[in-house]
Write a protein that binds this ligand. Sequence first.
Ligand SMILES: CC(C)(COP(=O)(O)OP(=O)(O)OC[C@H]1O[C@@H](n2cnc3c(N)ncnc32)[C@H](O)[C@@H]1OP(=O)(O)O)[C@@H](O)C(=O)NCCC(=O)NCCS
Length: 217
Amino acid sequence: MREATPGCRISAARGLQFRVAFGKRHSEGCGEPDRGSVKVTESGAPSIHIRAATSADVPGLVWVRNTSTLPGEDIGFGGGMGSPFDDASTLASAWKEPNVVGGAAVLVAEMDGHIAGFVTIEDREDELELVTINVSLELQGRGIGASLVRSVEELGRGQEKRAITAGTSRNAEGTPWKSLPWWLHLGYRVTHEEENEWTRAIGPDVREIRMRKDLDR
Ligand SMILES: CC(C)(COP(=O)(O)OP(=O)(O)OC[C@H]1O[C@@H](n2cnc3c(N)ncnc32)[C@H](O)[C@@H]1OP(=O)(O)O)[C@@H](O)C(=O)NCCC(=O)NCCS
């Protein structure tokens, strides 16, 4: 399965099941509740609350997904290619309990009780790959995205991962997706650029900018 979150790479589903829950709501029956689970996080503004997604969040996730970029601005960067997060019935069908879509675990950011953003992550042995992150346009710039990233980093530390990795795109004209400076601001460094299955699906000469943040342990 491919997803087309602008600028962010989504790998083929690997059938991964996360052994630990991300957030208290899933701490029962998920393997190792005390090791590697992110406690419900209050970070940034007090009203931002990061937790594991549930299937009840499907409408909110689709809303975030469809309101995080301006229409068409992500064409050539990976947008418009179809994603399970594009519509509620597709997402509901793709949902694997407790919070896995396409092999990636889904965390949500709630603001004042409403879904404002989400992030998906894949377990890659020594690393966690932050696959995609979206915040609704009208709520961007309030610390929600940074809180989601910090929660993923906290999760990675709890699982004794070496690093968080992520990718964004550079279009055929050589322009990086607009989130690149944001990633750099959050402490991610560019490791290399590459062409791969995802970039070739977007179009010729598109590249993925691969990034990494080592976790201090
Ligand atoms: C990228 C995205 C997730 C960021 O979320 P957000 O909630 O707007 O980001 P935040 O408000 O948490 O960012 C806060 C921090 O980033 C900094 N920041 C914001 N925009 C920045 C920019 N363009 N360049 C550098 N730093 C930036 C802020 O100064 C702040 O830093 P501070 O905490 O040190 O004061 C959001 O804009 C989004 O969903 N974009 C569309 C989808 C997308 O591009 N996803 C990423 C694909 S790779």
